[in-house]
Write a new protein. Sequence first.
Length: 656
Amino acid sequence: MASFGPRGVGKLTNKPTNLKKTIRELTFYYRNYKKLFIVAVILSLIGGVAATSAILLNGFIYSKYIIPSAVITESHLPNPPIPLPVTLDWNIFGLVSFIWLCVGLLSVYLVSNGFNWIESYLLLKLSEGGSYSLRDAVFNKLNSLPISYFDRTPSGDIMSRTINDVDNIGQALSQYLGNIFYWIFMIVTMLILMFFINPVLSLFAIVLIPLFLVLNILIMKKVQPFFGKQQNSLGVLNGFIEENISGLKIISLFQMKEKTEIDFAKLNKDLTKNSVVAQATTNMLMPINIFMNNMSFVILAAIGAFGMFKGGAQNSGWINVNWGLIHFDPPSWIYNPQYQIPPETISAIQKTSLLIIFTLCARNLNNPINQMIAALGSIFLALASAERVLEVLKEPIEKDNDDAQDLKEIYGLVEAEHLDFSYVPNKPVLKDINFYVKPQQIVALVGPTGAGKTTIVNLITKFYDITKGDLKIDGISIKKIKRESLRKNITMVLQDTYLFSTTILENIHYGRLSATKKEIIQAAKTARAHNFIMQLPKGYDTVLEDNGSNLSQGQRQLLAIARAFLSNSKIVILDEATSSIDTKTEMEIQKAMDELVKNRTSFVIAHRLSTIKNADNILVINHGEIIEQGKHDELIKRKGFYAKLYNSQFKKGIEI
């Protein structure tokens, strides 16, 4: 996948996430939403209190109404019946009381769900607002990163980190942040409530919980790295798609569709494999835990029933109903001697009420545990995404030296002194480069591909920092010049012109944002671009499509030249600026190019050597070294490397 595969991405997340560190670093970008978070947590806890109250109210209804009606038969009632608050016939008093209790229970559920809805809304605002801040931080950081970062990182992966990964974080926060506190509150509350109901039976319930947690921790430790791999695979795939869409014409021209489909299938397979392992394993946890919870529910109910109902008397059995602080006693009328209700029946009502409410608490204890386990997949995905986003935010930015200064106005004197540079340590690209360029001179950089011409330009613009030696602008070391100040005084016209998907007017305006519309039009006229612009349906208001795809290559180049005219910079860099323009168009704009370099220091990178005959100095570069320099005629007379390079472009005196 060498030809069409994407460049390497950042670090692959193979190690377990440092949860505490990642959350601490991520929290910084959500700090403005602290109040929303506190309110959401409070609402979550209120919802938990309401849910707990509902359980206690359920216990009261079961013990006072439902279970007595199920256990007491007509044989227990006097003859004739004595009117009481409630009997098997549910008289009006008992019915009204029961209805009011049900209304109260329904009100508690409404309060609980209402607070949960408000909490969800607040967390949605928190997550979306925090995601906005995080995306903004990432985008601003990208604008501060050195060019080297973008050279080694595919744009598709950068987009994946900025959009997909931030969205994963936001979704996890909106769906699970408040619930985590609710779940923890419910677990703690249910445990306390269970101990208050019956401490002995609670011990059996608690013993089963660590078994679930240990099983889930062991499984998630194995699966967690796959979430990092999944997101990295997604970034690589996005980079591959972006690269192939941009190069679709080349792929079609060279009939590489089959190869790209094979490469895509491989990357797609890697993503699918990592996603399946991560998601399938976490999805498997849910049914396992539901099964184990159901088993524990059955075991707990069996132990409780056996322990409570082993004997017939109220206090018989080795799990006593009176051991807890909370009791669910039957209605007081049951103890009336006029009713012939034996103690065993009263004990059965008490024990049944206790066992039902206790198992209900156990169910409410297991539910949040199940939900937390079900959320682990999304949480680990969010953590993996957070690490990828934080990797970008931790990247070292372009920094100026403490003694760096602004260049307010320069003359354009550029000199290199024993300049060395390496992209990779111990692999020099430039070796002992020395040159002296006076203001307003035209200097041509000539040499075979990979000789180091563009690297010199990258050092002049401070896209990369020099490794050794020095590079001076107007006698000031480039190390002591602020990047922003330096680049304001340099304009570039590249071989691969980039235009934004906006109007032609705004594209030219990028050259100098303070320029007026009149100055923009004048720059276009000087660049010989005005005529073709006016022939477009909307003239300067014509909106360009993807990188100006609705224009010819020559027209795009003319707009770039117009942008350079507008900048009024003292140093101009032309990197094969006319290589994509036909000979007729080149001749037409040559006068404009001469006007562009007038009164400016100009560096021209050119393979078409006929375009640099009038250069004040030609630097011939090969293997990272300046092997010759001088004017065109001087170098031709020397019959050295430049002369051979120049003559190779001609045949019988006619330029090829």
